[in-house]
Design a protein. Structure first.
Length: 256
């Protein structure tokens, strides 16, 4: 007899259903991957996409299905491109382990994000993965400290150098204008802090930077690429005047 599971959608419990029935409901979109299934082994509810028995089906559900084998020929474990990130119901990757370390350092990857590695049975939050435990990261940082070439690759491989940059700016989302304060800047984007608003990753915003340092005031069309619980947002510049970009590059080079 097939094992059956309870599913929770919009706060309502449904089932019990077999995995075959759950698959059919997913394919018909009667339920979504962000609904919950009760795992008797863990005695807890989890997202359907986390459930190991549904991993293959979930990985095939993307516009670009995930491969079963790593992409590319790795030179070592740290550079094997086999990690994928789940954000906004889309997968991003493949990344190597060193890429993910760099993302953690730049605050574009967080402990609550879900990751999957080729060959693994399920998607898991980064905080639950052994490779990203505090002890393991300490070992990696020590290894990098002993290998300056690898350390440089992880911590300084950026297209645009960044620098601390304090100035007031205005953030506009087509509905309202908010006052914010910049934290960092580069020719490719910036980090700022703003209160009393909750932007989402991939939102488009318009920024007006007031003068700061040797950088004159400028406007930029931006895309939100990261956010933290401290109301810090990272943005990439979608459009910014070339003269402003030149001023920023001179500023970051001087501040380095």
């Amino acid at each position: 007899m097939d094992q059956k599971f309870f599913v929770a959608k919009d706060g309502l419990q449904k089932g019990p259903w077999s995995l075959q029935e759950i698959t059919q409901y997913l394919q018909k979109k009667d339920i979504s991957w962000n609904d919950y299934i009760y795992d008797e082994k863990k005695n807890d509810w989890m997202f359907l996409f986390e459930f190991p028995e549904l991993t293959d089906l979930f990985n095939k559900s993307f516009k670009n299905p995930l491969p079963n084998k790593p992409v590319g020929a790795p030179t070592n474990y740290y550079e094997e491109r086999c990690w994928y990130i789940l954000k906004q119901n889309e997968n991003y990757g493949p990344f190597c382990y060193l890429d993910l370390i760099q993302m953690l350092q730049s605050k574009t990857l967080f402990e609550h994000d879900f990751l999957w590695r080729t060959g693994r049975v399920a998607w898991k939050r980064l905080a639950e993965i052994e490779e990203f435990s505090s002890d393991r990261l300490k070992e990696v940082f020590k290894m990098l400290a002993d290998n300056q070439e690898a350390e440089s690759k992880v911590f300084f491989r950026r297209r645009h150098p960044r620098a601390k940059y304090k100035c007031e700016l205005l953030v506009h989302d087509k509905n309202k204008v908010y006052t914010a304060h910049s934290i960092e800047i580069s020719a490719g984007g910036a980090c700022f802090k703003v209160d009393h608003v909750a932007f989402e990753v991939d939102d488009q915003v318009y920024l007006h930077f007031k003068p700061g340092g040797d950088v004159p005031p400028f406007n930029a069309v931006c895309k939100i690429v990261s956010r933290t619980n401290e109301n810090l947002y990272g943005v990439s510049f979608v459009h910014v005047a070339s003269s402003a970009k030149d001023s920023i590059m001179k500023y970051t080079k001087k501040a380095a």
